[in-house]
Design a protein around this ligand. Sequence first.
Ligand code: HEM
Length: 381
Amino acid sequence: MFSERNIWLCNPSLVDKLFTNSTKTNFFCRALSTNGFKELGMDKVGIVFNRDFDSWKYNRRILNYTLTNVKVLKGYMEAVKKLFIEIEDFSQWMRRFITDLALNMNFGDHAFSMAGYFNSLSKYKKNPTHEIIESEKFIKMIFMTFCPSNFIRRYVPPLCFFHLRFQWNYNWLTNEFSRIIQKRTQEIENVSLDKLNTHDVLDTLLTVNKAQDLKGSNGKAIKPMDEREIFGVLLEFFVAGVETVETSRLKTNPPINPRELYEQDEIGGYIIPKGSTVIACADAIHLHKNYWENPNEFIPERFLSNDYPLSMSQKLFTFGGGLRGCVGKQLAMLEMKTILVLLFRKYDVDLLNHNVDAKDKTYLLNSCNSLMVRFKIRKEE
Ligand code: HEM
């Protein structure tokens, strides 16, 4: 750890090799300090941190199918609308909103971490119900699960103080997912597939998973996902789909797209040794003055213009690119558009104080808590 060479690419003309769709690429692995994930066995399950090509390919194909399934997308829009009614007060709510949405979408059950948050703020505390306590546990456990380095988890304050708690959390999360997956597998086994009426992600994964016959790179058939792999894919909704859904060109989330180099390769005329980490730095690329007019200005209308050059849109990497580009892009766009429509048709949104600077923090993802906004109910015209 901390000994690898890191190469940061801040010019869009250099990132083609990282964002290629070719399976022959030397840049297949997303380079993050994976020892922490390895210890938990997460480097061979799911998608985001998966380093096993065959397993990643299979999981990605299944998730891709699931996330583009019209019934799943329709169910998702309905869930967004239903849950939106429960917020109408923002900032901290958003994380819980998206977490509840992910739980709702994955398991088809209503989740209540927003209610838990409300209870924590309210002067008039009520005894939380079993559902609220369970949903609250989910949001805390999931947050604690994603400290990627086992070194940091063990030795760097303040996280090291929570190490045992972290282990406990992780075991709780694994057992909880396992209980839900087993219960649902049994329910599905007792019903013929054409009678199955639900379209949440877990049902879709369990049914599609059975119908696939994928061959690995060695030509051998790959076995369907087992419970642990389904756990990994379900977890992706929380790893990749919660904090990312507040996004822009000016402050991109995630701000970087790292790849670990399999073999020595060349970029921009420089030879880069095997094992280096090459990082497409979206935050810098999106502000490059050669490709963006007034790069530091927030001008969303630029994307509407007919003169908007294609070459410029090819320099926008909000969802990364190539083989390991975001598999949830379509779903995320649907989610964001639905939320914006629900929000702006009812409210005018303005900054509370136009003179305050946007101060942001980065811990894997960018976040900004300094800009307070005011929501005013729109007057009917
Ligand atoms: C606005 C919201 C989102 C943004 C901006 C976003 C952005 C990204 C980015 C930049 C990457 C890395 C791409 C690369 O390394 O080239 C990524 C990967 C990924 N995203 Fe998203 N994402 C969003 C929402 C979602 C959602 C809702 C899901 C749903 C499950 C999701 C699932 C994934 C997965 C599984 C990967 C890993 C793909 C792989 O390694 O093959 N994302 N996302």
